[in-house]
Design a protein. Structure first.
Length: 105
């Protein structure tokens, strides 16, 4: 199953009723957490300084960071594609991450 996950805050479900919902929530948490903000794991999350780079460079580095973080912290999900909304002119860049989750999760 392939699903898009937006890098935006949402409610936390402390008891998801399926493993798929748990995995998607974990991916969203990775995408919305700034690296360095989790006390016992400063590597968790995404480096916020990448968004200050020129758009093409920010997208390339952010994609690599997203793939590495999801692989490390939520191995049940595999990043298939990272799609960016926004533009350099807008000064806005939002990631939509397409992840594959194995059937049965």
């Amino acid at each position: 199953m392939v699903i898009d996950v937006m890098a935006e805050l949402g409610e936390v479900d402390f008891a998801p009723d399926s493993e798929q919902k748990e995995v998607l929530q974990n991916v969203r948490t990775i995408l919305t957490t700034q690296k360095g903000s989790v006390p016992m794991d400063r590597e968790f999350g995404i480096d916020p300084d990448l968004v200050d780079l020129p758009s093409a460079m920010a997208q390339a580095k952010l994609t690599a960071e997203i793939v590495a973080s999801v692989n490390r912290y939520e191995p049940r999900a595999r990043v298939q594609q990272v799609i960016y909304d926004g533009s350099e002119q807008d000064g806005f860049l939002r990631a939509r991450v397409r992840v594959a989750i194995a059937d049965g999760t």
